[in-house]
Design a protein around this ligand. Structure first.
Ligand SMILES: O=C(O)CCC(=O)C(=O)O
Ligand SMILES: [Fe+2]
Length: 293
């Protein structure tokens, strides 16, 4: 029988230096609290708020269907209506999940709601307009992101604003037990693992983490994650490389990383290693934010 461990550090007001030496440099996940709880986002953000400041903005949401991703377009109003009907029990079909949306670029006004930002955790190269690298996740209760790792093998800082989410993490060494396909997706369902079909999964060590509003979750490059929303939820992340991780990302081209991903890692290497300014790199990198893989 597998032991479900909850072994992850929870650190209050972790400093930038401690974060780097104790977590990033050791490839160790951590939940950080006590850093962002005063952001205006916690009192302001909701779908009606987004709708009010960007009434004509079109957003997209994803259906994850047995390894396939289908996209549907909405206004915030349409999406809010579907979510509300679902939460009230008037519609039993799981609504699609608004997933990987670069909302700060679409509504720059939102950046002022996340001040002061946790810049001490990011390499200096990202400080210039850091918000351009963020992706949002907005969805109803029970939304699911199936098991995967982030496709450029970046570090991930994940900010939970509204609602709670349950992450099931596996360190990258466990990927051999989880049946990988399409570069970054995994066939095992950690909520209901089928050990007959996927027998070596018994060796994997899932780490369950509940992420609450105000928490920041750090996932090192290659961490597998399966994410279940407990509530209606708003979150965003920032994927970022260090000099070390971008080189490892580039080396993964020999391990089957798709060429397009290698291209984006090459751009980030130009910035992080050869000090090409972020304004120039971003001109080419920005298509990554709409890249469905
Ligand atoms: O919140 C989610 O559902 C998915 C988050 C995720 O996969 C990420 O931040 O990379
Ligand atoms: Fe992810």
């Amino acid at each position: 029988m597998q032991t479900i461990s909850s072994e992850i550090d929870r650190r209050y007001q972790l400093s930038g230096e401690e974060f780097l030496s104790e977590y990033v440099n050791k490839s160790k996940p951590v939940v950080i609290s006590g850093v962002i709880q005063n952001w205006d986002a916690f009192t302001k953000w909701s779908l009606p708020y987004f709708q009010a400041i960007a009434p004509s903005l079109k957003i997209y949401a994803k259906h994850f269907n047995n390894g396939k991703i289908e996209i549907e377009n909405f206004t915030f109003q349409e999406y809010a209506d579907i979510l509300e009907a679902y939460e009230q029990g008037n519609n039993h079909n799981q609504p699609p999940y608004c997933h990987d949306l670069p909302l700060f670029s679409l509504i720059p006004e939102l950046v002022k709601d996340v001040q002061p930002f946790a810049l001490e955790y990011l390499p200096k190269w990202y400080h210039f307009q850091w918000w351009r690298y963020c992706q949002f996740f907005i969805g109803p209760s029970h939304s699911l992101t199936p098991l995967h790792f982030d496709c450029l093998l970046t570090n991930n800082l994940f900010f939970q604003i509204v609602g709670r989410k349950q992450f099931t993490l596996f360190l990258k060494e466990d990927s051999q037990y989880c049946y990988r396909y399409n570069w970054r997706w995994f066939k095992v369902d950690p909520e209901q693992p089928d050990l007959e079909q996927y027998p070596v999964y018994k060796n994997a060590k899932p780490i369950k983490v509940i992420v609450n509003p105000g928490d920041i979750l750090y996932m090192p490059p290659g961490t597998l994650h399966h994410v279940r929303s407990w509530d209606k939820s708003i979150s965003f992340n920032i994927d970022w490389h260090t000099q070390h991780s971008v080189l490892k990302g580039l080396a993964a081209s020999a391990k089957g990383m798709p060429l397009k991903n290698v291209y984006y890692n090459f751009l980030l290497a130009l910035g992080l290693i050869f000090k090409v300014p972020p304004q120039l790199v971003f001109r080419f990198y920005k298509t990554y934010l709409n890249y469905v893989s």
